[in-house]
Design a protein around this ligand. Structure first.
Ligand code: FAD
Length: 390
């Protein structure tokens, strides 16, 4: 039977769920606190099963058109000594080729495909929720209300609905600062050939994504609070890499003067149950694995597909559908959040000893070992890909 489904948060997870659930014939309403959507944003690499699901949604052509070339990545020490030079084609031989795209670009592919099919209300949030038997009455910030059979909460990392209605959930401060963005400039780097510097308590990536554009990303271990950091972001970025070569320093100076910088602190969301009555958490709102897992967008898309899959199986028993979704997701969330912790200690080592250990092992790694380091952590089992619960 057709259900009334409200999706709060029309990001990557929310729009994927909206597409799949409206295709099942449900009445889907999406609300988003944003006034409109933008194509801009930080660079992400959509990998593995995230790419596979975009293929299944028949959105690959649009995704490729909005993506940037990615051919090689060199991991370097701060004095430019090479640790590893990796070909994306070779590395992703047995899994889907990763797609480099801005978060806004990926989001826009979904939005463009969906905007004429689903009702999206901008500048709207949930201001209250009340249970009425099997139904839930939701009051919106503009005073309007709707009766929903299910409310999907996909409001991203700092979801206010999660904070209010999932009081057992926690957001762990990952003590890692992200500063990155894009800079329009002519340059002499090779497009698609990336550099990642690994160093004590920090990592710096330089992505020449077009002849006249460079994306820059840095992850820095930091325990300060985000409000203070945001005010000092330019100064912090330059000071953290002040002992790097002149080319890097000049690039960062130009970036802080002319680039579009996005600054945030990594948070990891832990919710022991993604379901509370008729409310279900999806995407970063429920299980943000941090950017250091490199798989947040893929997990958002996968979670949306899994939830829609179970709703499609038992549309008249949404409680069972949501419970199955939770059972499937919990071990997967633990795996990807565990990977993020491992990546943090490997790629952002805490001291010189750990840096040397990681650099030596990574440098000596054979092709098989490299594959293990780079691709094993980003795949799911066949059962998980087919939503089988043991
Ligand atoms: C720096 C960085 C690098 C990353 N790199 C990668 C990568 O390489 N690969 C990868 O797969 N992932 C990466 N990610 C993670 C990826 O961007 C996220 O996991 C993904 O965007 C989560 O999608 P989402 O839909 O759950 O949340 P979001 O994309 O955050 O969308 C949430 C939506 O909810 C709306 N909203 C917020 N609050 C409310 C509210 N109260 N009411 C209504 N609407 C609300 C917002 O406006 C937004 O539209 C990275 C993340 C960061 C920060």
């Amino acid at each position: 039977m057709k259900k009334n489904i409200l999706i709060s948060g029309g990001g990557i997870a929310g729009l994927t769920a909206a597409k799949l659930l409206s295709e099942q014939g449900h009445n889907v309403t999406v609300i988003d606190r944003a006034l409109s959507f933008t194509k801009a944003g930080f660079l992400i690499s959509l990998k593995s099963f995230g790419v596979r699901i975009m293929e299944e949604l028949d959105l690959m052509e649009q995704l490729q058109a909005a993506s940037s070339p990615s051919e090689f990545v060199s991991f370097l020490e701060k004095d430019e000594q090479l640790i590893q030079h990796i070909s994306y084609e070779k590395m992703n031989k047995n899994i889907e080729r990763s797609v480099l795209i801005s978060r806004g670009g990926l989001h826009n592919v979904l939005y463009d495909n969906l905007k004429d099919q689903v009702n999206i209300l901008f500048n709207t949030t949930i201001s209250g929720i009340a249970s009425r038997g099997n139904k839930t009455e939701v009051i919106f910030s503009d005073g309007q209300s709707m009766e929903a059979d299910l409310v999907i909460v996909s409001e991203g990392l700092r979801s206010s609905t999660r904070e209010r209605y999932f009081t057992d959930s926690q957001m762990e401060d990952f003590n890692t600062l992200y500063m990155g963005g894009r800079l329009q400039m002519e340059h002499s780097y090779t497009v698609g050939d990336f550099k990642i510097y690994i160093d004590v308590n920090k990592m710096l990536s330089i992505y020449p994504i077009a002849n006249n554009e460079i994306a820059i990303q840095s992850y820095i271990h930091h325990t300060g609070d985000i409000a203070t950091i945001k005010q000092r972001s330019a100064e912090l970025l330059e000071s953290f890499f002040s002992d790097y070569n002149i080319e890097v320093r000049d690039l960062l100076t130009r970036f802080t003067e002319e680039g579009l910088i996005f600054v945030d602190k990594m948070g990891m969301v832990e919710a022991s149950d993604l379901v509370n009555g008729n409310l279900v958490l999806l995407g970063d709102a429920g299980y943000c694995p941090t950017a250091l897992s490199g798989m947040g967008a893929s997990l958002s898309i996968y979670g949306a597909k899994a939830l829609s899959h179970f709703i499609g199986k038992t549309p008249d028993d949404l409680a069972s559908a949501c419970s199955n979704y939770n059972t499937l997701m919990q071990p997967i969330i633990r795996k990807f959040q565990g990977n993020a912790r491992n990546n943090a200690s490997s790629f952002i080592p805490a001291d010189a000893h750990q840096l040397n250990q990681f650099v030596n092992t990574f440098r000596a790694a054979s092709d098989i070992e490299l594959k293990k380091i780079m691709t094993d952590p980003i795949i799911l089992t066949e059962d998980q890909l087919n939503f089988k619960i043991n």
